[in-house]
Design a protein around this ligand. Structure first.
Ligand code: GTP
Length: 817
């Protein structure tokens, strides 16, 4: 600034200037003084009104409009400086000098050095402004450049007064980014763009303001006009503006950068914290080498992240050279797409793991794949758990043997194999005999131990390729895929022996036999289900035939099973559909010939099966439990019928009803008998219950108690089929029985078989000596009748006297007699 030539008048002493400007008004004197001056001269009042200007001003800046205001003569950036600094200084000190930019009417720019004098004695008091161009071109240009650099700079910039902290000048980017207008900025201080919590720091920073020119920088939080905040990287530089200390500030909004930094930090943290092992490889001339590994790699594979850098992934995973997995991995690394593989890497300590590897290629800017992100998830526990579940789903929990599901799977495989190689396939269904008794007498735990011991023995005896399975309960299956090469008879004998060998469980020795059913592929079935079903049928047959034996499946067995299934399903509806009825067979006194009573016998008339004999359905009814409902119906119907005959005026007789073991077992018999008597109104003495010998002997204590109870009601009791079971005479005397019934098989044979005749005579003698009456069943001839009469049998029942009769026919018989 000092190098600029000084105008002649400005170099004149102060006194001379004040004399010259002593005129009270502007007019001709102003023109005289400045009209021809090569400098800009103009006078401005305190309110900014342009009072006068010279010829040079109007020539260079253009014709100024009447009433023009002084600020139209200046570039915008100059105005706040004039207002805040130049004019107040001139006013206070009488004089100000500095560089400004004048603006032509056409927008042209004229950088000048300007002096401002305060003239208190003019009318009105005024500022006299004289300005001459900056004629050093380089200075001019560099300033201009600075100005445009400042104005057009994309980042916010401003200059503030170091004393007042007021903004002196702000650029367009600051206006755009902070939201204040330029005019608003120029009325603010730098405190106004700080959030309250940063004012303290600002104060400290200002107090420690560095020496002139020194750079200062830091990250600050600034506030926009709308209250929103931004992170700003601020750098500032001390300058002198118009003679006053100021700072030029450059503010760079780094909110986005900070967010990005934070996001990167977060991602970095996520990588570090991930429970999955993450490895980043970089493509290099000698393959994909590990560039990064997170800490989870150590947990999964035992290697520290640092120790794996620069290695290949295959080697980290310890995959063998020509291994299939290694080839899959290398294919995944070469693929352009993300891929997932299941691998079996090795831990550093040698343990083999299950991992899922997800390989994601990272494309570089040019499109080539530079890196791969490889995520390894530990699947070992899951795979082991899955294997455990799979084992549980396919094996029996108690013995660990394959269960039905796995057996069927193996059978399907075996069938396919047998088909291809023309082998036969044998399926043995092995069911322990009376295993329930072991549970009942020795406890479930001993039962379990026995099952395990037998399972073990079966496994020990099995050949390679055989399958020993447990289907549940006490039923095992042996699948012998190539059985035709082994002698079957010896296998079966060995099996029977193996199962029946005594088992020592704690301090007890237990033995159990088994029944075996055999089905053979392809003769007895073409698939697993059929073979199993048929082996099962054969096994049932072995049970029926007396247990502890083997039975090969025969088609006829199937017919029996089918018949049984049919009977069972139809019997369920027989009662509801009124298909059951009772017939009555008279009992006759052998001495008087009088009818003493009748036995109620059940009949089933089925619409399509016709008359189904009790032999076909009573067994099924007992096994299925249907006997309970049927027995109840028989009891009620017989009582009601007997009462009806009595009410019809026929002589009162005793009706005998057969009881099944099941009715005893369920402890409802007494209740049922009472109900039947009460409902029918029949007196108890006219009801007789027939119990089979085996029923009574199998559960003596229970039967004795129930019978005692029933006897109290006043009903009669007889032992049916006497002589066919194994009566203990000791027990017999405990039963308050009225009748012994000689089984019809004895009656039939007593005249031809002396030994049977002897039995019959013994029974009669026994009954009489115990005080029971004896009645013979199945009497069909006069000879049989005579024989019985001869030996003092009390009563008889049989075709010789009468077949079982319908209620109507029976009533008719009574009437005739
Ligand atoms: N201890 C034990 N008993 C079982 C288990 N599963 C079933 N059972 C019993 O095994 C018995 C199997 O009875 P069944 O096969 O029907 O009859 P059984 O007494 O063996 O007579 P038969 O087979 O006719 O010779 C039943 O009493 C079941 O309660 C088990 O896992 N452990």
């Amino acid at each position: 600034m000092d190098i600029l030539p000084q105008p002649a008048y400005s170099r004149a002493p102060q006194r001379r200037r004040s004399q010259r400007a002593s005129s009270k008004t502007y007019g001709p004197a102003f023109d005289q003084l400045f009209g021809t001056s090569p400098y800009f001269a103009f006078a401005v009042d305190q309110g900014g009104k342009l009072l006068a200007y010279n010829q040079h001003a109007s020539t260079v800046l253009g014709p100024l409009p009447a009433q023009a205001r002084a600020n139209t003569l200046y570039a915008t950036w100059v105005l706040p400086m004039l207002q805040n600094e130049a004019l107040p200084t001139a006013r206070m000190r009488g004089y100000w000098r500095g560089e400004v930019e004048l603006k032509g009417v056409d927008g042209s720019s004229h950088p000048v050095t300007q002096t401002i004098e305060w003239r208190a004695n003019t009318e009105p008091p005024s500022f006299l402004c004289l300005a001459y161009p900056l004629d050093d071109y380089d200075v001019y240009e560099s300033r201009l450049r600075f100005k445009y650099l400042f104005e057009a700079h994309p980042h916010p910039m401003w200059v503030y007064d170091l004393q007042t902290l007021r903004f002196l000048v702000v650029n367009a980017a600051a206006v755009a980014q902070y939201g204040y207008t330029e005019a608003e900025f120029l009325h603010m201080t730098i405190r106004d763009i700080r959030p309250p919590e940063q004012l303290e720091r600002l104060a400290q920073n200002l107090a420690a303001a560095p020496a002139k020119g020194a750079e200062q920088s830091g990250v600050w939080t600034h506030r926009r006009r709308d209250g929103s905040r931004m992170q700003v990287d601020v750098s500032s530089h001390s300058i002198t503006l118009s003679g006053r200390p100021a700072r030029l500030v450059f503010a760079h909004d780094i909110s986005e950068r900070e967010q990005l930094k934070l996001a990167l930090q977060l991602r970095g943290r996520a990588l570090e914290a991930s429970v999955n092992a993450i490895v980043i490889t970089v493509h290099a001339a000698d393959g994909d080498l590990i560039e990064y590994a997170n800490p989870a790699v150590t947990r999964l594979l035992g290697h520290t992240p640092d120790s794996v850098l620069g290695r290949r992934l295959e080697s980290l995973l310890d995959l063998q050279m020509h291994d299939e997995q290694r080839q899959s991995l290398s294919a995944a690394m070469q693929s352009q797409q993300a891929m997932t593989l299941l691998l079996r890497p090795r831990h550093r300590d040698g343990a083999q793991l299950w991992t899922q590897l997800h390989v994601a290629p990272v494309h570089a800017a040019e499109g080539a794949i530079g890196h791969h992100v490889c995520v390894l998830t530990d699947m070992t526990a899951i795979m082991e758990y899955q294997a455990q579940l799979e084992h549980q789903a396919n094996h029996d929990a108690l013995t660990g043997l394959p269960n039905r599901a796995l057996l069927k799977d193996r059978m399907a495989q075996a069938v396919t194999f047998s088909q291809r190689f023309q082998h036969s396939l044998w399926l043995l269904c092995i069911d322990l005999d009376n295993f329930k008794l072991i549970n009942d007498h020795l406890g479930h735990q001993v039962g379990d131990q026995l099952l395990c011991a037998i399972a073990q023995r079966l496994c020990d005896g099995a050949h390679e390729g055989d399958t020993v399975a447990r289907l549940g309960g006490d039923e095992f299956v042996l699948l012998l895929p190539v059985a035709n090469q082994r002698p079957m008879a010896s296998i079966l004998a060995l099996l029977q022996e193996t199962v029946a060998a005594p088992v020592t469980l704690g301090d007890q020795v237990v033995t159990v036999t088994c029944s075996i059913g055999i089905s053979i592929y392809p003769a007895d079935g073409s698939d697993a289900d059929q073979l199993l079903k048929h082996a099962d049928i054969a096994m049932f047959r072995a049970k029926e035939a007396g247990r502890n034996q083997s039975q090969f499946y025969e088609a006829a067995m199937h017919a029996r099973i089918a018949e049984r299934a049919l009977i069972e399903s139809e019997l369920r509806f027989a009662l509801a559909r009124n298909q059951l009825s009772l017939v009555y067979q008279p009992k006759v006194d052998l001495h008087s010939g009088a009818i003493t009573g009748m036995e109620a016998l059940i009949r089933w008339q089925h619409p399509t099966l016709g008359a189904v004999s009790p032999a076909r359905f009573i067994g099924v009814a007992e096994e299925t439990g249907l006997i309970v409902a049927i027995g109840q119906w028989v009891l009620r119907t017989a009582c009601a019928q007997n009462k009806a005959w009595q009410l019809a005026g026929l002589p009162p007789l005793r009706v005998a009803v057969n009881l099944s073991a099941r009715q005893f077992r369920d402890h409802i018999l007494q209740h049922e008998v009472r109900t039947a008597l009460e409902e029918s109104g029949l007196e108890a003495q006219y009801l007789e219950l027939e119990l089979t010998e085996s029923l009574m002997m199998n559960n003596v204590d229970n039967v004795v108690a129930v019978i005692a109870d029933l006897k109290q009601l006043g009903i009669a009791l007889s032992i049916d089929d006497f002589g066919t079971g194994y009566s203990s005479l000791a027990y017999l005397k405990q039963f308050p029985v009225d009748y012994l019934k000689i089984d019809q098989s004895f009656t039939r044979e007593m005249l031809t078989e002396p030994k049977v005749a002897a039995i019959v005579r013994s029974v009669i003698a026994l009954g009489q000596s115990l005080g029971f009456k004896v009645i013979a069943e199945g009497v069909e001839t006069a000879e049989q009748l005579d024989y019985l009469r001869q030996h003092a049998c009390d009563e008889m029942q049989g075709y010789y006297f009468s077949r079982p009769l319908s209620p109507e026919a029976f009533a008719e018989l009574l009437r005739q007699r």
